[in-house]
Design a protein around this ligand. Structure first.
Ligand SMILES: [Zn+2]
Length: 107
């Protein structure tokens, strides 16, 4: 029997994770559970090279917020239209060249 648990996560990251899982027809719970099982396997005997913050960074890694783009984000953008979100390197380049950005902050 499985147990119900609570985690704390950035709302935008959770929303995007949910959208991606829905699009791919994957179960959010199964994905998270598989990450935890892998993490436990790697750390059960104590591996000093793999630290929890590294794993959490991978789990929470921001993806590009543009349409169907799944590339990792390289920064947070604010467009002149008011849109705010994360962009991958290509979409940042594109938006910058088209002079659509009001502000940009690398992550
Ligand atoms: Zn992108």
């Amino acid at each position: 029997m499985k147990t119900r648990s609570t985690i704390y996560i950035e709302p935008s990251a959770w929303k995007e994770f949910k959208q991606i899982c829905n699009r791919e027809g994957e179960s959010m719970c199964e994905k998270i559970e598989s990450w935890i099982l892998q993490y436990n396997d790697r750390h059960r005997k104590g591996n000093p090279q793999l630290r929890i913050d590294y794993t959490l960074r991978l789990i929470n890694q921001q993806k590009c917020g543009r349409d169907d783009c799944d590339f990792p984000a390289v920064g947070r953008a604010e467009a002149k239209t008011g849109w705010k979100g994360f962009l991958c390197a290509d979409h940042y380049e594109q938006s910058r060249n088209a002079r659509l950005l009001k502000s940009w902050k690398p992550i």
